[in-house]
Design a protein around this ligand. Structure first.
Ligand SMILES: Cc1cc2nc3c(=O)[nH]c(=O)nc-3n(C[C@H](O)[C@H](O)[C@H](O)COP(=O)(O)O)c2cc1C
Length: 184
């Protein structure tokens, strides 16, 4: 029997899921990433966990969803990330990430990803009233300065129905491709 070599190992993508109304469709991105030959693990914010079908996500990825820090001495539930996609990225998490706040596991992973050189992309999903806050543009500028690629989706009108159907999950993979293409 041939032992798997390092080159047989698929790259590992963390999908960081925040508490947005569109989060329940994260299975679309998991499917697309697996079809593009990624292994996938999901990290949800504590609020985000309430927006997804955890059982379905775990069955799809084959890994437990991470939401909180493990206890000292416990094994790591996920392999290290080769890349990270924050999708959907909320107003709250974008601003806290840019400010260096690390009070959820998701934020802790994102804040460290910069120093560890892990390619990271984010697909914001928020409304125009949230986006009008001056902190939001500053946060995006800071994240871009850190090398984070930001999706092209524009904020939707507050309480606009139908905006979720237009969320382009696959853009996360399109943005990652040039960042990780040569490493895969
Ligand atoms: C039904 C519902 C939908 C929401 N959708 C969004 C959203 O699309 N974008 C956003 O930034 N916040 C949204 N929020 C507000 C966030 O859930 C809230 O700011 C939360 O604290 C974000 O937590 P997180 O960034 O840790 O995931 C929504 C809240 C509710 C109750």
């Amino acid at each position: 029997m041939t032992e798997p070599t390092t080159s047989d190992k698929k790259p590992f993508l963390y999908i960081v899921v925040c508490a947005s109304g569109v989060a329940g469709s994260v299975g679309k991105l998991i499917t697309a990433a697996q079809e593009a030959d990624w292994d996938v693990g999901v990290v949800a914010t504590p609020q985000g966990l309430g927006f997804i079908d955890a059982e379905a996500v775990e069955a799809q990825t084959g890994y437990p969803i991470r939401c909180a820090w493990r206890a000292p001495g416990d094994p790591r539930p996920l392999p290290p990330a080769d890349a990270i996609a924050v999708a959907p990225a909320t107003f709250n998490t974008i601003n806290k990430w840019a400010a260096g706040i690390s009070d959820t596991l998701a934020l802790g992973i994102l804040c460290e990803a910069y120093g560890m050189g892990i390619p990271t992309v984010a697909l914001p999903y928020l409304n125009s009233a949230q986006a009008a806050h001056p902190a939001y543009r500053q946060s995006l500028d800071r994240l871009r300065g850190m090398g984070v690629l930001i999706g092209s989706g524009e904020p939707h009108r507050p309480r606009a129905g139908g905006a979720a159907e237009r969320f382009r999950w696959e853009e996360a993979l399109e943005l990652l491709e040039p960042l990780v293409g040569t490493a895969r």
